[in-house]
Write a protein that binds this ligand. Sequence first.
Ligand SMILES: [Zn+2]
Length: 223
Amino acid sequence: MSARGLFDTIVGSFRQVLSALPDKRTGKNTRYGMDDATLSAFSVFFTQTPSFLAYQRMMEGSKGKSNAQSLFGVHKIPSDNQIRDLLDPVKPEQVFPIFEEILQVLEQQGQLKGFRSFADTLLMAMDGTDYFSSSQIHCPHCSTRSLKSGETHYFHRVLTPVIVAPGQTQVIPLVPQFVVPQDGHEKQDCENAAAKRWLLQYGERYSALNVTVLGDDLYCHQP
Ligand SMILES: [Zn+2]
């Protein structure tokens, strides 16, 4: 399969999961589909260009067709506010099946072979990243740390396992695990605990692929 064919297959399975997302709107007045809203939002991250959609709307206006349409099959690009409005109520877990779908497509197309390295395994790197940070704005799901100044710092952290390989410029992202206060736990949640939850939940599935799990010093408990 050509690279373009593979890309289109992935976008197709992406769209399938997205079209099943719950739509809070009622009635027939649904000019934009949930898949259009989500793929439009995704295209901004995919292209790493914050103004991607603004430019695409302009292209849509002047040329009658945009890259968002030809690349991602977006029928009509909703406005930023419409996208927020449609996607805000969607729980992150509802888009998680996409990670599994894409991995399956890559596996079926024999694309995982190129990622096998150490002992013919897939290297699965687990690492966390902060995606929100503030001393003022916070919510019940925030993690906190106390600053020397006595101030409380609020942040959101997520564990993002990815399949990596030496010499491969691409990585394959797997389902993330959020670091959030857990019910029935007094202590604050942490990346280590999130990694344990992730391994309990998905470990069996990925061990079938024959993986080597990579972690930084955070996971090291030996001298
Ligand atoms: Zn928060």
